[in-house]
Every structure is written in structure tokens, then in C-alpha cells.
Design a protein around this ligand. Structure first.
Ligand code: UDP
Ligand code: MG
Length: 231
């Protein structure tokens, strides 16, 4: 019998050919000493570059690597949702491909999980070398959402997190189709805590969350989580 998977890493990929080799190197370095059955799930969100080829190559020489390949670009939240459905591990970790979510935080997240937390979300204390427009709009957005919602959605917190199997089972059972994962993750409860970190710039390539995609995510989150106008 194959041993039960302990760690599932979910990584959404949209045109990340320039980051995948370094991402793989850093992930391997972090996961090796953790020494437990691991799956690294790449969700290729309809990339038009060589990302899918690179992922397939990795899959052929490393059995921890699995992947889901989308027929077109559906968007980051849908990619993460597919990953959550696919993941088999006891501990599930979501991180971006561009190394803005440093894999080196994973052991610390796991340590916090061992202390009894089922959700450990990474909270940015600083965004290094991101443009002022992104910093300003992100700063404003998180605070507007916090005001409008009665779900305590932490500010300056993305999807980078660790979740216990129990949490992921709940998220997967929820009927929501248009998902704002950070909001749902706050809503489900359990013991949650933040791990603070400074966000590095993208390792390589251009930002894939275009302004229109970020705007759509913001609108979505407000529609889903605002208590205005009825309360
Ligand atoms: N991404 C995706 N589909 C998209 C846009 C982005 O899967 O349509 C992935 C991207 O490859 C990266 C993550 O989502 O792994 C975050 O994207 P990005 O770094 O561009 O966003 P930001 O850092 O600005 O949040
Ligand atoms: Mg990024």
C-alpha cells in the first residue's frame, strides 16, 4: 500500500515558464528535510507558454509532482479550487508560483499546525518592490472589504496558507461557485492564526493578475461578503 499523503502543495500556474525551475528547486529544498509523503499539484490555468511542458517533464522524473491542465484560462481562484478538490494530503498548502510566497515558510506553518491551529495564513508586513498603484489599491481594498463584511477577513492576506484536511473538506463541500477563497477560509471558522512575512518581488516574468482580473476579484469578494445594503 502506498503511504498516505501528508503534504499537498497547490500551485496555480499561468504562463510561469520563467519561474518553474527555480520554484521546483526551492520547493525540493524545503520539502526534503520534512521527510513525509508529499504531492506537489500544479494547476495549469491554460498557459500559452511552455509551463505545461515543464510541468510534464517534472512529473516524469519526480513522482511527487502531479498536475491538472485546464482547457483555457479560467482564473486563479478556479485553479486553486480545482487544487483543493484534487489534494489528498492531511495538510494542504496553497502558494503562488512566482516565489512571492516563499516556500521556506512552510516548516514554520507546519509547526504552528502542530500546536493545534487548523488554518495558518501568511500575512504581509511589507511588499517589496511592487509598484505604488498595486500597493495602494491592495491596501485600500482589504480595508474597504473589512469594513463592509461581518466575516473577519484578515487584511493584507492572500491565498498563501496552510489548511488542515478538516478545513479543506468543508471548503470542498460548500456549494459556492463564484469563490473568494480568502473569504470562505475566514468564514468556516476553526482555529486560525497569522504568520507574518515580508513579500518578495516576483522571481521572474510579468504579473499575471492583470488590473482587470484583480478588479473582478475585488468586486466578487464584495458581492459575496458585503453585508451592505441590508444590514
Ligand atoms: N494565476 C493563475 N491564473 C490567472 C492569473 C494568475 O493561475 O489567470 C497564477 C499565477 O501564475 C501565480 C498566481 O496565480 O502563480 C498569482 O499571480 P500573480 O503573481 O500574477 O499575482 P499577484 O502576485 O499580483 O497576486
Ligand atoms: Mg505574484
Amino acid at each position: 500500500m502506498t503511504p498516505a499523503i501528508q503534504y499537498s502543495l497547490i500551485i496555480p500556474i499561468y504562463n510561469e515558464e520563467a519561474t518553474i525551475p527555480e520554484l521546483y528547486r526551492r520547493l525540493s529544498q524545503v520539502m526534503e528535510p520534512m521527510d513525509a509523503p508529499t504531492e506537489i499539484i500544479f494547476i495549469d490555468d491554460g498557459s500559452q507558454d511552455r509551463s505545461l511542458n515543464l510541468i510534464r517533464d517534472l512529473h516524469h522524473h519526480d513522482q511527487r509532482i502531479c498536475y491538472v491542465s485546464f482547457a483555457r484560462n479560467f482564473g486563479h481562484q478556479i485553479a486553486v479550487t480545482a487544487g483543493l478538490n484534487f489534494a489528498r494530503g492531511q495538510i494542504i498548502i496553497i502558494l503562488d508560483a512566482d516565489l512571492q510566497d516563499p516556500p521556506e515558510l512552510i516548516p514554520e506553518m507546519v509547526e504552528i499546525w502542530r500546536q493545534g491551529y487548523q488554518i495558518v495564513y501568511a500575512k504581509r508586513t511589507q511588499r517589496r518592490r511592487e509598484n505604488w498603484f498595486k500597493k495602494l489599491t491592495a491596501y485600500g481594498f482589504y480595508r474597504v472589504l473589512a469594513r463592509l463584511s461581518d466575516v473577519k477577513i484578515p487584511t493584507d492576506t492572500g491565498d498563501f496558507c496552510l489548511m488542515d484536511r478538516q478545513v479543506v473538506d468543508q471548503l470542498n463541500a460548500m456549494p459556492e461557485r463564484n469563490r473568494y477563497i480568502r473569504g470562505l477560509r475566514s468564514w468556516v471558522g476553526f482555529q486560525q492564526t497569522a504568520l507574518y512575512f515580508e513579500r518578495d518581488p516576483r522571481f521572474a516574468g510579468e504579473v499575471k493578475y492583470t488590473f482587470s482580473k484583480s478588479f473582478a476579484l475585488a468586486i466578487n469578494s464584495i458581492i459575496a461578503f458585503s453585508k451592505v445594503p441590508y444590514a
